[in-house]
Design a protein around this ligand. Structure first.
Ligand SMILES: Cc1cc2nc3c(=O)[nH]c(=O)nc-3n(C[C@H](O)[C@H](O)[C@H](O)COP(=O)(O)OP(=O)(O)OC[C@H]3O[C@@H](n4cnc5c(N)ncnc54)[C@H](O)[C@@H]3O)c2cc1C
Ligand code: SF4
Length: 336
């Protein structure tokens, strides 16, 4: 048992000030990831600043017609929110595909974004790992890597980001609001997580002590649909081998607007901009969707045992886009 101090912060300001005063601190959300990592000895904060009860637990419409989600909104509350279910369906589906009901009741929006990789070597302190202990090596590259990255990895790390929610937020063009000792700033969710490069120990662009205070979703255009599909080893309670979040608007048989993001393939949610280029203005057909997926996945560099993920992501892309486009053409259902 390693001793640590604990503070339950009442305001975001108190949390940020407390962190600034104590290097070695960590914020505690629902604790569903951080506490596990503490038990495993992967991390040993001297000071835990509990931010799970901060008054950031509401989901509110923005004046522009979007949605603001407080950082302490629980994953289950967010998934069940009527506006999220009807207008940001990909987000609700992504949340419901993750973890279990009990975990979602506890996990927070901020904590979900910053959960750490599930690479088995990262969680096993008897093994070297560049992310846990920089400079020790990456045994996953030649070892067990079936679940790990095919896009954007480096010689130093081949881990994937585990969050389903973050993938939907990437496709929905969400932004993240943060507050630190230097003030407040906004980061597009697609820029929040880093690729590993030669610093896999640094997961995000957040500065030490920056607190996530909320996430903002832009308004959704009328006539569009969104969805999330995840492939995993069992039907529930498993992380994504590959996943796809998409929004699409089809008119007159052509793709008018689209966004696409992959999960389970890289160190961060992977916004598929090359695929979007192929899709925009093209006929809404299975051939187009496959061509778009191929354009994005041409950059894939599978490892010895995870080439199947490329095929999986391609098939998921075709399946999600076909489904959303056919719903758009039916025009019978309300936009999601
Ligand atoms: C068995 C199991 C299965 C799971 N399956 C899935 C799955 O399929 N898909 C999926 O997406 N997830 C899955 N999860 C992960 C789960 O979603 C995360 O553990 C959870 O979302 C983390 O949220 P939390 O609030 O508990 O974070 P915490 O554990 O409290 O914190 C996580 C990290 O975020 C930091 N943090 C927390 N809040 C803030 C804040 N406001 N500002 C800045 N930093 C902050 C903490 O310091 C910590 O580094 C699973 C977890 C378990 C245990
Ligand atoms: S893939 Fe990354 S997290 Fe996994 S062992 Fe290598 S360096 Fe560590």
């Amino acid at each position: 048992m390693r001793p640590f101090s604990y503070l339950r912060a009442a305001t975001a300001e108190e949390a940020v000030d407390a962190f600034a005063a104590r290097p070695g601190a960590q914020f505690l959300g629902g604790g569903t990831n951080l506490v596990d990592l503490m038990k495993l000895g992967v991390t040993a904060p001297e000071f835990l600043i509990d931010v799970s009860r901060l008054p950031l637990d509401s989901v509110e419409a923005t004046p522009e017609g979007g949605l603001h989600i407080g950082a302490t909104v629980r994953n289950s509350d967010l998934a069940a929110h009527p506006v999220v279910r009807t207008r940001y369906t990909a987000l609700s589906q992504a949340l419901l595909s993750g973890a279990s009901g009990q975990l979602r009741n506890t996990a927070t929006t901020g904590g979900n974004l910053l959960q750490r990789t599930r690479c088995p070597y990262f969680q096993d302190t008897s093994k070297p790992c560049n992310k846990r202990e920089p400079g020790t090596g990456c045994p996953a590259r030649d070892g067990v890597h079936r679940d790990l990255a095919v896009l954007g990895h480096s010689a130093h790390c081949v881990a994937t980001h585990p969050s389903d929610m973050a993938v939907a937020l990437a496709a929905l063009d969400a932004t993240v609001q943060v507050r630190g000792a230097g003030g407040e700033r906004t980061v597009p969710v697609t820029d929040l997580h880093r690729l590993p490069g030669d610093r896999p120990d640094v997961d995000t662009v957040l500065r030490p002590g920056e607190l996530i205070t909320g996430v903002t979703l832009p308004p959704r255009a009328d006539g569009g649909h969104s969805g999330y599909r995840k492939a995993r080893d069992r039907a529930s309670y498993a992380f994504a081998l590959a996943s796809v979040a998409a929004t699409v608007r089809v008119e007159g048989g052509l793709v008018r607007d689209v966004s696409l993001a992959f999960g389970g393939l890289a160190h961060r949610p992977w916004r598929a901009r090359a695929a979007e280029e192929v899709l925009r203005g093209a006929p809404a057909t299975v051939e187009t969707y496959a061509r778009a997926a191929d354009a994005e996945l041409a950059a894939a560099q599978p490892l010895r045992d995870n080439g199947f993920k490329v095929t999986l992501a391609r098939n998921l892309t075709v399946s999600v886009l076909s489904d959303l486009a056919s719903r758009a053409e039916e025009g019978a259902r309300p936009p999601t």
